[in-house]
Design a protein around this ligand. Structure first.
Ligand code: COI
Length: 357
């Protein structure tokens, strides 16, 4: 299993963690993977202690945002070791984002091996409580020091880890979402389908306004007409209308190809639920709510897992979904997905990679 040079640290970050209040992304585990791209090639990469590193004020990414990232999780396996969930999907998506941002691609097999070793060396940091996991955050960015606007010629890939609980304070309780009717996150032909900082930066102002109004997230509409549903930013969105699972299509190129989105689509089909990936007008959602045909909505994401939506607000009108309770399909998806991830349910899709220790 060991492919990379390993430098051991002589202390640990373990004791500084409040394991009872993990929250999301507040604590960082002992080791990270680092690879550098120089003179047209990636070096071998190595596992080193998680630590700050030096950058120059002229580092291009600080100015022009040539950076992409990923998010995947390792779960405590009830039968021993850990399960890494679908890292091959993240390896592919990282390279799709890389193409859009003119960043050199990273070999997929090496990426997966690096994630496995990051989990192995941080194995003490994998929480054992249900709903908690070790979140792995790969980030890849231009590291050259230059001021002209063009792609960098040097890059870094860092893969570090963070023991996490729920992304939202609500946990599996329904979240309140505000549909953005003035701001946009992405447009066709833009970067919406890439996992890159720009999309998250574009979401902050509207997110802050939504928070002030008491909503946890923003649901984005398409960037031209503000009439079709895109995604929530930290997660994709799914609706249950007339018993069918309906979610925005990836074909517009404006939403992220979520790994949890893909997993839920596969699970739903295997359960005999009809799935439609297509353009969804906000008017169809409002009509579905008014007529009682829309029975559930939930977000899907690696960080957010399955996050039921209890309240949706659009242009000042608030709609309540399923009596602000988690719906039957949302619950079923949550239970099945987590069951597979923790090794409790047979992994018929071969999604998990077991790491023994
Ligand atoms: C994830 O679900 O992994 C994400 O990257 C969403 C968010 C934390 C940015």
């Amino acid at each position: 299993m060991f492919k990379f040079k390993f430098t051991e640290r002589n202390d640990t970050r373990y004791d500084s963690i409040d394991w009872k209040k993990l929250g999301f992304g507040k604590y960082f585990a002992d080791y990270m993977f680092v690879a550098n791209y120089k003179n047209g090639e990636w070096n071998k990469g190595e596992i080193v202690p998680y630590a700050p590193f030096m950058i120059e004020p002229s580092m291009m990414t600080l100015h022009y945002g040539q950076t992409i990232f990923e998010g995947l999780k390792a779960y405590y396996n009830i039968n021993g070791g850990a399960n890494l969930f679908r890292p091959n999907m993240n390896a592919k998506r990282l390279n799709n984002s890389a193409k859009k941002l003119v960043i050199p691609e990273f070999p997929e097999e090496t990426f997966i091996e690096a994630c496995k070793e990051v989990v192995y060396y941080n194995r003490n940091f994998i929480p054992q409580k249900r709903g908690e996991s070790l979140y792995i955050r790969p980030v890849m960015f231009g590291s050259s020091n230059m001021l002209g606007v063009h792609p960098a010629d040097e890059y870094m890939l860092i893969i570090f880890a963070s023991p996490v609980a729920n992304y939202y304070e609500e946990g599996l309780n329904p979240v309140k979402i505000k549909v953005a009717d003035r701001y946009v996150r992405a447009v066709r032909g833009g970067l919406g389908g890439a996992k890159t900082a720009a999309n998250y930066a574009a979401s902050l102002y509207a997110g802050m306004e939504a928070k002030k109004d008491g909503y946890s997230q923003v649901l984005w509409l398409d960037g031209v007409h503000l009439s079709n549903i895109d995604e929530v930013g930290a997660m994709n969105i799914m609706f249950v209308i007339d018993g069918k699972l309906i979610t925005p299509t990836l074909e517009t190129g404006t939403i992220l190809a979520g790994v949890t989105r893909d997993s839920v689509i596969h699970l739903a089909k295997s359960m005999g639920i009809e799935v439609q990936e297509r353009i969804i007008a906000i008017d169809e959602i409002l009509m579905g709510l008014e007529k009682g045909k829309l029975t559930e909505a939930f977000g899907t994401g690696t960080a957010a897992t399955i996050s039921p939506v209890g309240k949706l607000s659009f242009k000042g009108v608030e709609y309540i979904l399923n009596n602000n309770q988690i719906g039957e399909i949302s619950q079923k998806m949550y239970d099945t997905l987590l069951g597979i991830q923790y090794g409790e349910i047979e992994d018929k899709f071969n999604w998990t990679i077991k790491i023994d220790f």
